[in-house]
Design a protein around this ligand. Structure first.
Ligand SMILES: *Cc1c(COP(=O)(O)O)cnc(C)c1O
Length: 396
């Protein structure tokens, strides 16, 4: 099928919610994608921080194929060895003791929100959740209400009640919004969708301490920052804090849909039988994929990708010499380059694609860089020189 045919079907039949690039992907190998014309691209998008092992990773592909032959799906009414093996490994690696497995990030957060409400309901009280402005927590009604965009809440009103918002990185505002009806605070340590914006170390440490002193649960959405993305298995480990709940998705199963909500023993046992559930969540195929991702990460990839992430940060720092680069942010293999408002990040994306590199533009005129954790220094060097060529030819 030629490109226009592919594009035509989407235009006619897909609900018009996506703005897509003019490129149709055929297959992937290593850290590269190939379009239907055979053009090769080094991938700094990775299915949005999801394909942590790149494409056609031999060990991962073998584990997934083996599970496809054995058993793809079975109801959660039954036990399976692979789910049992995986949840034990995930708890061991994370230090949490309770897990619920879902199919996506939004569902993992939905589970976290329900768990918070159930936890307080068990104590005979109703509590709300405090979130950050411009946070992104998903697209279900509850998670889009948690998400810090008034415009989204307006389109879909009436939205669920029980959410409030504080200004990003503003501790005074946070303190004033942490009223007695708030039962939990939910945030990302680095806000991905609105331009790779990290909370400061001070903010996180102080917000956490205040929550602990008031008996407020601390929930970290690690859907984008988790699974080694920032150089640690989970980004909260950078701050010496211990959240009550974290949520995972994106990279958790290397591109097979999966989400997870992890909690401490006390919080994670607030649910009782029938309180929550899922048909597909944690099915054998997803668990086999996630189990292999975790095994590869803890078996050395976490350390090596943390080093690659440091190297990436050092190389990107050189771009501050260009006066139209407004800011360079992020940690590990989650980086953002914000351009001056006089330039469009989208045009940089196009020029990088012409040179064989895929990147993605987020809020704040920012180029987001979230490659597979298997990305090599050589591939980074290639990207850096392509970007430097483009920057050198740009004058404003
Ligand atoms: C992507 C993302 C979500 C939503 O995940 P889906 O799988 O698209 O539902 C939630 N929170 C954060 C931080 C994300 O990056």
């Amino acid at each position: 099928m030629n490109f226009n045919k592919i594009k035509e079907a989407e235009g006619l039949h897909y609900m018009p919610v996506f703005s897509r690039e003019s490129i149709a992907i055929d297959h992937g190998d290593g850290n590269c994608l190939y379009d239907i014309h055979g053009n090769k691209y080094v991938d700094f998008v990775a299915g949005i921080a999801s394909n942590v092992l790149g494409y056609n990773h031999p060990e991962f592909t073998a584990a997934v194929c083996e599970q496809v032959h054995k058993l793809i799906h079975v109801s959660n009414h039954y036990y399976t060895e692979i789910q049992s093996e995986y949840i034990a490994a995930l708890c061991k690696a994370s230090g949490f003791s309770r897990v619920f497995l879902a199919n996506s990030g939004a569902e993992a957060n939905e589970c976290a929100i329900k768990l918070v409400r159930r936890y307080f309901r068990n104590r005979g009280i109703e509590k709300t959740v405090l979130c950050a402005e411009r946070a992104f927590h998903g697209r279900t009604l509850a998670t889009l209400t948690a998400t810090g965009y008034e415009s989204q809440r307006r389109i879909y009103s009436p939205v669920p009640s029980g959410f409030s918002h504080f200004e990003y990185n503003d501790f005074d505002d946070f303190k004033s919004k942490l009223t007695d009806d708030v039962g939990a605070v939910m945030l990302e340590t680095i806000q991905g969708e609105c331009g790779v914006r990290p909370f400061s170390n001070d903010f996180l440490v102080n917000a956490y301490a205040l929550c602990k002193s008031k008996g407020v649960l601390f929930v970290i959405d690690e859907i984008q920052t988790g699974m080694g993305r920032t150089g640690k298995l989970f980004s909260f480990e950078h701050f010496g804090i211990q959240p009550d709940i974290i949520t995972l998705a994106k990279g958790i199963a290397g591109g097979i849909p999966m989400g997870a909500c992890l909690a401490t023993e006390e919080v994670g046992t607030a649910f009782t039988v029938g309180d929550h559930g899922s048909t597909f969540g944690g099915n054998p195929l997803a668990c086999a994929a996630a189990n292999k991702v975790l095994e590869i990460l803890t078996g050395g990839l976490l350390e090596s990708s943390a080093e690659t992430g440091e190297y990436f940060g050092e190389q990107l720092a050189h771009f501050s010499k260009y006066n139209f680069i407004a800011d360079i942010r992020g940690k590990g293999l989650m980086r953002g380059i914000q351009l001056s408002d006089k330039l469009s990040a989208a045009s940089f994306e196009g020029r990088l694609r012409e040179r064989g590199y895929l990147v993605n533009v987020t809020g704040n005129n920012t180029i987001r860089l979230v490659p597979p954790l298997t990305i090599t220094r050589e591939e980074i060097d290639g990207f850096i020189s392509a970007l430097d060529e483009i920057c050198a030819a740009t004058n404003i």
